[in-house]
Design a protein around this ligand. Sequence first.
Ligand code: ZN
Length: 240
Amino acid sequence: MKTAVISDIHSNLEALEAVRKVIKRENITRVFCLGDILGYNANPVECLKIVRELNPVCVAGNHDFAAVGLTNTDYFNPYAKVAAIWSGKQLNEEQTRFIKSLQLVHREGEVTLVHASLHDPELWGYILTQADANASFEYQETPLCFIGHSHFPCIYFEEGVPLVCPEGVIQLNKEIKTVVNVGSVGQPRDGNPKASFVIYDPENYTVDFQRVAYDIETTQKKVLDAGLPSFLAERLSMGR
Ligand code: ZN
């Protein structure tokens, strides 16, 4: 069954709505969410509601856990810290319980879901190099693992060179363990401001990298109106 894999929504309602439209248009009914629903932008409650309506298999991100006091924010940059704490204050008790109930890792058939890395997932280390990927491969029991966290789409193979900023449909090989970073819906950082996500096709064993335009100016205005740091609005149009 075709599956939409979304990550790092970061309270960006306009980006999430645009991605949801594509998911509906493609008649996709199964969704994996790799965490960081919250943080950075101004619509944490609305984004959490929409994500839950998509009924995804969902794992926790560091900003989700930071918002509800389940992870240390000492290593967050000041902008991220302010926004995570602000996000947490917007949630009601039930929403807070939901975030707290999220698991760090989920395995299902040939697929593993984790926000950052399978190497000590609770420490939220980044996979930015082949060496980082290799550390995660040691704990990967399935052929395929989906990650987010760096907001930078990329594919790492247990053998071979990484595929940086992949576009369109990529054929994978079940014989080679693979990590797919699906990029970020709500705050892309690969120089392309459009929302990023992946459509995974288990039958053909492909991943299809999608980029979706959305109303960035509205999101930016909401960030400023909420009193969140202006840098968080500026970076959206740069895709950085
Ligand atoms: Zn993130």
